[in-house]
Design a protein. Structure first.
Length: 177
């Protein structure tokens, strides 16, 4: 019996370049290493809050994160700075169901995979309640059907591109201050 790898699934294959670009971005790499600065983390939490505000109402309760993100933000010393790319993504998500489905794939996948590694590497240094998930195996089963869809590649690419824009804007805010 052959076990199909997540990496051979249509959405992963169709977004691999942008997925890696997000991981290699200055902000994304700092998250992966667990040494992200407090302001960037606050900004990222603010962006995730806007994303989850648009997608959570359609999601299984076990993968909703908006309440946890609200708690994380309220426990930060620094508050998220405005992020126009995140606001645009929120607006687009509200209008487009397929984009919301793709965001579920990208964002929930990030929480389930890299987020669990990041939570360990950050060692509780910054609020991370949104990364404390229930039964991971069960949540992967909730997530699995969407990750197998080949009709959402363009939308998933759009989500990854928006995440890159969000991270670029986080860096730009530093230059403005």
């Amino acid at each position: 019996m052959t076990v199909k790898s997540y990496h051979s699934e249509p959405l992963y294959a169709g977004t691999k370049d942008l997925h890696h670009a997000c991981e290699e971005h200055t902000v994304g790499a700092a998250m992966s290493r667990g040494d992200i600065c407090e302001q960037w983390w606050a900004d990222w939490l603010g962006a995730l809050y806007l994303i989850h505000s648009a997608i959570d109402y359609e999601l299984d309760d076990r993968v909703k994160r908006v309440d946890e993100l609200q708690d994380d933000i309220s426990n930060m010393r620094l508050m998220p700075r405005p992020n126009h790319a995140a606001m645009r993504l929120n607006r687009d998500l509200v209008k487009n169901k397929r984009l919301r489905e793709a965001a579920f794939y990208v964002i929930t996948g990030a929480h389930l995979m890299g987020g669990q590694v990041m939570r360990v590497t950050m060692k509780g240094r910054l609020p991370d309640k949104h990364l404390h998930l229930g039964d991971r195996k069960e949540l992967i089963e909730v997530w699995a059907p969407v990750r197998k869809r080949d009709d959402l590649v363009l939308e998933a690419r759009s989500i990854f591109s928006a995440l890159l824009d969000i991270m670029d804007e986080i860096l730009q805010r530093d230059k403005e201050s």
